[in-house]
Design a protein around this ligand. Structure first.
Ligand SMILES: [Zn+2]
Length: 146
């Protein structure tokens, strides 16, 4: 069985070596779809009986691991000297330096790696993170699945 949870946030980025518009400082309404896979929890009188995982508990993890860190922030590649120097002189502005060019593909992989350790099998159901999809625009998305 698979369950899906979607969260959205606003975040700036730029692709420093891009040949066209993406090198400019801009933002997106990012959307992440998280897919979890496992069998149903088969434990009588358990709050999450017959669920893969309680949607509320999934939401709490996504809030802590994605939204609190990324929302209204600016994600930039640590080797992007333009942005690194800007945030060095404006340290009060929320920013997120990452060791990769912040493409949708790399953000999907980064979130997958962050979340894989957070979704653990607590009830012997084989629960695991199955796939992370990142929409950068309503018509462009990237997915990572192990
Ligand atoms: Zn962009």
């Amino acid at each position: 069985m698979k369950v899906y949870k979607i969260v959205e946030w606003d975040m700036g980025h730029r692709i420093p070596n891009h040949k066209s518009q993406c090198k400019n400082v801009h933002g997106h309404r990012y959307r992440a779809e998280i897919c979890l896979e496992g069998s149903l929890i088969n434990k009588s009188n358990e709050s999450s009986e017959d669920m893969v995982m309680d949607f509320g508990e999934i939401k709490t993890i996504l809030q802590e691991e994605i939204i609190n860190i990324c929302d209204h922030s600016f994600m930039y590649w640590e080797k992007d000297q333009v942005m690194a120097s800007f945030f060095k002189t404006n340290p009060l502005l929320k920013n997120l330096s990452v060791p990769f060019i912040p493409t949708a593909e790399r953000i999907a992989y980064w979130i997958y790696k962050k979340l894989a350790a957070k979704f653990k099998d607590n009830f012997g159901t084989g629960l695991k993170l199955s796939e992370v999809t990142i929409w950068e625009t309503p018509t462009s998305k990237a997915s990572y699945a192990k």
